[in-house]
Design a protein around this ligand. Structure first.
Ligand SMILES: [Zn+2]
Length: 393
């Protein structure tokens, strides 16, 4: 019995008496969440949870030291920006964890909820990139559905797959919806994201209820998927890429910003990647599950920004780095004369145009016969699509 199942059963057990459907117009709005199924009477949920937060004013410019690399589009970590190019021996290739940041954090929001649409302006104003995991069954009934995801995409957010109807993989639906097939549940959302939201591809998924019954079908479609088991992700660690853990907002009444800021501090102390999972955002009249005040979310974002050495980005962006670091760091080098070379093959459905940041003691790094430029923030940027890297004196 894995942690995800334990959590799901516990939470569902607690919440079963509250099960009901919200009827919105003529369409029964399902909804679900990943960890359990809960809807609440509106009168209990229209006011703010009171989970205020210590919204630290942040003068930092988004993720880390400010700006993004023109080469890699990765955010620039803090530092002098005047690091000298290494001039020692051509040896000791090191892939920097988390693009040179100390840790990483991703904000994910599940179920394409009305409260996400309502609070998108506040999330957008943070200037970060995160991930929305979309169900599409309420596309026709939620005002601003298409426009919100299109706008998020323009700001660099990721749109991920959370199935059409939010049912279990065995076809059981707790929300009154009708399951189609596992393939159609996933592919119809991908069709929406590519066709209507206009994202070039769909790279990651989140399982409804954290149900890993979706894992086999996800492995043939995506390169990562998030579950709901609690935890964080270590660089180079053995975490299952098709059941990434998260820290979910679950407390009745909503946790304050200080709780989430504490989670960020703990992950930073470990040098790990923390994926937050949020459901409904207050204030809202559509509190479907685990409703959290917007100031608790934005307050924690502000805290992460104030640390400067925490990389805030989407699942696809941080996840691509995490996967590729293990791949390249684990590649067996070959030598030819004085040159050392590494080769790798990216996994299926890996996003194009991604990079790693590396250091060496010295020598010349090159890809495809072209020397890599030293970045004075303290690294070389390696193009993953090239599939090879060479180091020569
Ligand atoms: Zn969900």
């Amino acid at each position: 019995m894995n942690q995800a199942l334990k959590v799901r059963r516990r939470v569902r057990g607690l919440m079963r008496p509250a099960l009901q459907l919200i009827v919105f117009g003529s369409l029964p709005l399902s909804f679900g969440c990943d960890i359990g199924q809960k809807t609440e009477p509106r009168e209990q949920t229209t006011s703010s949870s009171g989970a205020g937060g210590t919204s630290a004013a942040s003068g930092s410019s988004g993720a880390g030291g400010g700006g993004v690399s023109a080469v890699s589009n990765l955010p620039v970590p803090p530092g002098s920006g005047a690091e000298p190019q290494p001039s020692g021996a051509a040896q000791n290739l090191v892939v920097l964890p988390w693009a040179g940041f100390h840790s990483a954090v991703t904000y994910t929001f599940d179920d394409a909820q009305p409260s996400h649409i309502a609070h998108w302006p506040e999330l957008k104003a943070e200037g970060i990139r995160g991930t929305f995991y979309l169900n599409t069954l309420s596309q026709a009934s939620e005002a601003g559905f298409d426009a919100t995801w299109q706008d998020a995409l323009k700001d660099g957010w990721e749109l991920g797959n959370h199935t059409v109807h939010h049912c279990y993989a065995n076809g059981m639906c707790t929300n009154g919806a009708t399951f189609t097939t596992i393939d159609a549940e996933l592919d119809d959302v991908t069709t929406y994201i590519e066709g209507t939201a206009k994202q070039a591809d769909v790279w990651t998924a989140a399982y409804p209820f954290g149900d890993t019954g979706y894992e086999p079908a996800s492995m043939s479609r995506f390169f990562l998927a998030r579950g709901v088991s609690p935890g964080t992700i270590a660089p180079g660690g053995a975490t299952d890429p098709f059941n990434l853990p998260c820290i979910a907002a679950v407390a009745a009444g909503g946790e304050p910003a200080s709780k989430f800021s504490g989670d960020i501090d703990a992950a930073r102390a470990q040098g790990s990647w923390l994926i937050f999972l949020f459901h409904s955002i207050a204030p809202t009249s559509q509190a479907w599950y685990a409703t959290t005040d917007i100031t608790a979310i934005t307050g924690s974002i502000d805290h992460a920004k104030s640390l400067a050495d925490v990389w805030i980005d989407s699942v696809v962006n941080v996840g691509a780095y995490w996967v590729a670091q293990k791949l390249v760091a684990g590649a067996a080098p070959t030598t030819n004369g004085g040159a050392t070379s590494w080769s790798w093959k990216l996994p299926a459905h890996f996003p194009p145009g991604k990079f790693l940041r590396v250091t060496v003691d010295g020598g010349k790094l090159s890809q495809g016969g072209h020397a890599l430029a030293w970045d004075a923030h303290g690294y070389y940027e390696v193009a993953l699509d090239a599939g090879t890297l060479s180091l020569s004196p």
